[in-house]
Design a protein around this ligand. Sequence first.
Ligand SMILES: C[S@@+](CC[C@H](N)C(=O)[O-])C[C@H]1O[C@@H](n2cnc3c(N)ncnc32)[C@H](O)[C@@H]1O
Length: 352
Amino acid sequence: MITSLGAPGTRLNVQPGEAPATAPDGLLVDSYGRRHRDLRISLTDKCNLRCTYCMPEEGMEWLARSQQLTVDELVRIAAVAVDHGVTEIRLTGGEPLLHRDVVEITSRLASLPGAPEISMTTNGLRLNALAQPLRDAGLTRLNVSLDTLVPERYKELTRRDRFDAVLAGFDAADGAGFTGTKINTVLMRSINDDEAASLLRFALDRGYEQRFIEQMPLDAGHTWTRENMITADEIYAHLAGEFDLAPVPARGAAPAERWYVNGTEQTVGIIASVTRPFCGACDRIRLTSDGQLRNCLFARTESDVRALIRGGGSDADIAHALGVSIAAKLPGHGINDPGFIQPERGMSAIGG
Ligand SMILES: C[S@@+](CC[C@H](N)C(=O)[O-])C[C@H]1O[C@@H](n2cnc3c(N)ncnc32)[C@H](O)[C@@H]1O
C-alpha cells in the first residue's frame, strides 16, 4: 500500500498496521497533533499552459487514462476523507478544468454527506465556458493563477498566447456569482517582480484577494534557486511602499499571512512557504490524479490508494491508508534542511 519514492534512507517509518489508522474519534490527526481538514485533489496532470517555472516546454510524460482515478474512485476516496473530518476539498492539477467530468465531480463532491466546501485552483482559461456550470454544481470559491498583467509577458511566461482568455474567465466567474476569488501569483526575479503593486491594484479593483506565493523547489526542470526566489520580506517591502497594510489577525491553518489594504476590508496575502514555513499548522493532505496520497507537497513517499481500491479494498482500508499516510507526516517540509531533496514529481503532477 505504501510506495517509497525516496532516496535511500528516506523510507516511510510507519507501515500499515503499525499505527492506528485514525485517531480514536475517527479524525485524521498526525503524530504532531495536526488535524487534517483540507484535501487537495489533482484532477489531471495535464495543463493548457506551460509556465516556464512549472513545466518544460515539451517532453512531459502524461499519465495514461487507465492510471488515473475514475470519477467513482475519486469520489469514493474523498467521501472516506470527509467521513473522517475533511471539511474542504480543493480541486487542482495540472489544470482541473481540463478534466472532462469536472462539473460532475464537483457536484458529487459538494453533495457528500457533511457538505464539504469545494474550491478550485485554476489558470482560468476555461472559466468562460465552465464558471456557471461549476457554480451551479456547488463550487464555492476560485483561486485563479495569474503572474502578469502584461499580455506579451504572459505569453512568454506561459508559452501560450492566452491572456485574453484569463480576463474572460474572470468576467465569467464574476457573472456566475463567485465571490471571494483569489489571484495566485509567483513573483520571479527580473521576470515579473515589478508587478506586485499593479497586480494588487487589479485585484482590489475587481474585489479579489491578491496572493503572492514564494517560489518553491517544485519545478519539473529542477531549476529553482534560492537567489532567484523573491522572498516574502521583499514582497512586503515593495507593497508597503505603495499601500497602507494592517495585519489581519487569526491566521489559523491558512498558508497566507494577510493584511488589510488602505484601511479597507480588502486584503492581500503573502505565502512564505520557503522563508517562513507554516508546517506546524498544516492541515492538508493530497491525492494525485493517479490515486496516490501525499502527506506533503514535498513528501518523498506516496500511498497507493488506487491499487488498494482496484485490489478490492474496503472504505475502512481507505481510511486506514489515510491514517497511515498522515501518521507518517514529517514535522516540516524540510526545504531549508541541508539534505533537502526535491520530490521527483513537479508541482503540476502533484497538484498545487
Ligand atoms: C500547479 S498550478 C495547478 C492549478 C492550475 N493549473 C493553476 O494554474 O492554478 C497551481 C499553482 O501552483 C503555482 N506553482 C507552480 N509551481 C510553483 C512553484 N515552484 N512554487 C510556487 N508555486 C508554484 C502556480 O503558479 C499556480 O498558482
